[in-house]
Write a protein that binds this ligand. Sequence first.
Ligand code: E4P
Length: 218
Amino acid sequence: MKFFVDTADLEEIRDLAASGLLDGVTTNPSLVAKTGQDFFEVVKEICKIVDGPVSAEVTATDHETMVKEGRKLAQLAKNIAVKVPLTKDGLRACRQLRDDGTMVNVTLCFSAAQAILAAKAGASFVSPFVGRLDDIGEDGMGLIDDICRIYEQYEHFETEVLVASIRHPIHVIEAAKMGAHVATVPPKVLRQLFQHPLTDKGLAAFLADWQKTGQSIL
Ligand code: E4P
């Protein structure tokens, strides 16, 4: 399973990339707005920090302008994945950008039917938003299960399921059990994955006992 971090905050990305466990980054217009920085500069910098796919989203809504924006974004770095919304125009733009050889992440997916269309449009990634479905009383992880099962039926579907809008570690664990290819995780949740109180307690006890021996490894 691949881990992407869901942020445009350069410091967070640098810090998490240093763990060696980061496979990519997803941004969206809201995350970029939060940084208060120039979109192109932020995206170029992220692409230097992380070798894997970096999603940068178009903001046009008609397919022609989406393709123009997508082509401009794709020129920023080799690892750009152009993010387009799951609309009719977005999927048309997806097909054209894929024909150019550009990675495309189809975002704002909220149903299995939409995910089938994304795969048929040749998307590199489809991003179903689990947290936002949970927020309105729907079953976010149920959607991931459906999409994973559907994609498994068709060998020619090359689209990776990128679980988005993750709110807590259980979302990540459930996504892994279902065989989702990627989880894009907010920095806070990614850090939570490392933690367990018994790890801290166990380590403190080991170190206290080791100190009593008066020895050192180096
Ligand atoms: C990722 O690609 C999405 O933009 C993101 O996960 C949305 O998450 P949110 O629902 O927490 O805004």
